[in-house]
Ligand binder design. Structure first.
Ligand SMILES: NC(=O)c1ccc[n+]([C@@H]2O[C@H](COP(=O)([O-])OP(=O)(O)OC[C@H]3O[C@@H](n4cnc5c(N)ncnc54)[C@H](O)[C@@H]3O)[C@@H](O)[C@H]2O)c1
Length: 336
């Protein structure tokens, strides 16, 4: 079994590879990543020397390169984590989001069809559903909730999802889609809320919180996201969409205060800043389909998961410092 994992030097993809490369000795994993600002080869150092792992630097939007790669490697599975993933960046510069997230998906699916890939899996997000009101705790996103996007990021991810569904229907591409809620865990780039809060708090710097901090996110440990993707690859039904959620809704301000408490830092560090444009109010995922149909269960509860995560960042402060001072970019050059 040969598996292509795109975007595997990013947060979720690298955690996925750690899990899968160690679990399936007899599968061969190829990580393809363009090493954009968010890609970090250092995330893969623990598995870099494993016999069943190979890293290739490359861009999913480069049609000729992808065609050659697929013709040489003959992948059985393609799992597409590669994306531009930061909502704030998409508000400043939507164009790269459309190129990577939509065209990149098209290029990978065309190659998957041409070279008879047995399964193409699209890593999507709950953000494609838009948001829910704060005062309707009874409402959650289901797989049939209409797409209703708020940011250029979520619009690009929803576009890619629609393209995957079109390829399934028109060309019989053997594909699946998963839509997950907000992930936390090791190796998350320090532009996202949790690593930003931890790294700033450790330096006693002001911690920016959007608006009034009451926006709600449904947090899931990245390991639980990845066990769900593993299950979908092995047992999921072609043509299906699976929601993956953490069942742990927290307001942003609640989360920030919890992290500060764990770090023994004062709440005075919190500073409220102008709200994000189009800021989604609340995300909540109904994961009952994957639980019932594939038997997926979360292994983490939020309270222990977030403590483990804080401990990881405390024990790996070099990892964040290497990103903040830019030296993480040279790790790949050292490998070459
Ligand atoms: N982070 C979350 O909470 C979350 C939740 C649900 C879904 N997702 C989805 O999961 C996937 C991974 O998210 P993440 O948080 O790990 O993102 P990330 O930004 O940490 O990683 C993205 C990776 O993709 C690579 N990449 C970007 N453009 C590329 C290109 N053109 N060719 C090849 N590689 C390229 C980057 O170098 C990086 O390594 C994304 O598709 C995202 O939409 C993320």
């Amino acid at each position: 079994m040969k598996v292509l994992v795109t975007g595997g030097a990013g947060f979720i993809g690298s955690n996925f590879l750690h899990y899968m490369v160690n679990k399936y000795d007899d599968y061969n994993f190829v990580c393809l990543d363009a090493l954009t600002y968010a890609g970090n080869y250092e995330n893969l150092l623990d598995i870099a020397r494993k016999k069943n792992f190979k890293f290739i630097k490359g861009d999913i939007t480069d049609k000729d390169f992808i065609d050659k790669l697929f013709s040489e490697e003959k992948f059985d599975w393609v799992i597409n984590f590669a994306a531009e993933s930061h909502v704030d960046n998409s508000i400043k510069n939507p164009n790269i989001f459309l190129t990577t997230n939509i065209i990149g998906t098209e290029v990978l699916m065309d190659a998957s069809l041409k070279y008879n890939v047995k399964r193409y899996h699209q890593i999507s997000t709950d953000e494609v559903y838009g948001d829910l009101p704060l005062d309707r705790k009874d409402l959650k996103f289901r797989e049939d909730t209409p797409l209703h996007t708020s940011s250029p990021y979520s619009a690009s991810k929803a576009s890619a999802d629609l393209l995957v569904l079109a390829y399934i229907r028109t060309y019989n591409l053997p594909a699946t889609i998963s839509r997950c809620s907000n992930n936390y865990g090791p190796y998350q780039f320090p532009e996202k809320l949790i690593p930003v809060v931890i790294s700033k708090a450790l330096k006693n710097e002001k911690i920016p919180v959007y608006g009034n901090g009451l926006n709600v996110r449904d947090w899931i440990h990245v390991h639980d996201h990845n066990t769900a993707v593993d299950l979908i690859m092995h047992k999921g039904k072609i043509g299906e969409i699976y929601n993956i959620g953490g069942n742990s809704e927290k307001t942003n301000i609640e989360l920030v205060k919890l992290i500060l408490k764990e770090l023994n830092k004062e709440e005075e560090l919190i500073t409220f800043v102008e709200d994000r444009k189009g800021h989604d109010l609340r995300y909540a995922i109904d994961s009952s389909k994957i639980e019932k149909e594939l038997g997926w269960k979360r292994e983490y509860n939020f309270d222990t998961g977030i403590k483990d995560t804080i401990t990881w960042y405390l024990q790996n402060q070099d990892w964040i410092d290497n990103i903040l001072n830019g030296t993480y970019k040279t790790k790949y050059l050292e490998k070459e």
